[in-house]
Design a protein around this ligand. Structure first.
Ligand code: F6R
Length: 239
């Protein structure tokens, strides 16, 4: 079932998303949160930090599992997703950092790392609430447009549009890693709730395709139409 919550702007989207996450953790203190990076969730993370500082939410029993990591960047690199998550959320709330998980982009054996990540997701009982952004090409995590949906965690070559979009965070386009490790479609679809956020007019077309177009691996987010509990919070006019 898809529920679309139309909001006024990015700030309201961030407040609503944070409220949903706070509600989830309060109902279930041992929540497993699936988390995303990128520009979209930063406001949500800011609101979660404020909620935690005001004692509206307690992260001490929460586990987090991030969607993806660049291949070849170690955790200390300032464009790694571990660095991003620590900076925007994880070191600012009362979570035990041992319970925060991100694929290891520097793993020697990438296949083994992907299997380890899937085993980890299984061992914590799957994801309770998965937060998602969406790429301009319809990717979720780094599940790029492809001929088929890839179920498990895997190493992916980033598409040109993704490299271009992400180059805004690097000194130059050449510095953007060309590969990433990403959670597959199965763990995302098995999450008990998916919270999809999108803002900015440039995402209008892809959001319409994802939510109302054909379900196809050419638009990876379109698979979410089959999710049993999808909440979309967006200021984008989808009518
Ligand atoms: C990030 C991720 C990506 C982003 C997407 C949108 O962990 O999984 O799918 O959610 O690229 O990025 P922004 O929010 O920067 O537009």
């Amino acid at each position: 079932m898809i529920r679309i919550v139309k909001v006024k702007n990015y700030e309201e989207m961030s407040m609503k998303a944070a409220n949903i996450i706070v509600g989830q953790i309060n109902l279930c203190p041992k929540t497993v949160l699936g988390l995303a990076t990128g520009s979209t969730p930063i406001g949500t993370y800011d609101q979660l930090v404020i909620a935690c500082k005001n004692n509206y939410v307690d992260f001490s029993k929460v586990t987090t599992i991030n969607l993806d990591e660049y291949y070849g960047l170690d955790a200390e690199h300032n464009q790694s997703y571990r660095y991003f998550m620590n900076k925007h959320l994880l070191t600012k709330v009362n979570i035990d950092l041992h319970n925060t998980h991100i694929p290891n982009g520097k793993a020697g054996d990438i296949e083994a790392e992907c299997r380890r990540y899937d085993d980890l997701i299984e061992s914590v009982g799957g994801i309770d609430l998965q937060l998602l952004g969406i790429g301009h090409n319809g990717h979720i995590g780094f599940n790029e447009p492809a001929d088929e949906f890839v179920p498990n965690t895997h190493c992916v070559s980033l598409g040109e549009s993704t490299i271009k979009a992400n180059s805004r965070f690097f000194e130059s386009r050449d510095e953007v890693p060309k590969k990433a490790l990403t959670m597959g479609i199965k763990a995302i679809m098995q999450a008990k709730m998916v919270l999809l956020l999108a803002s900015g007019e440039e995402k209008t077309e892809i959001m319409k395709k994802a939510l109302f177009g054909p379900i196809t691996p050419a638009v990876p987010a379109s698979i979410l139409q089959l999710h049993k509990n999808l909440i979309v919070v967006t200021p984008i006019d989808l009518a």
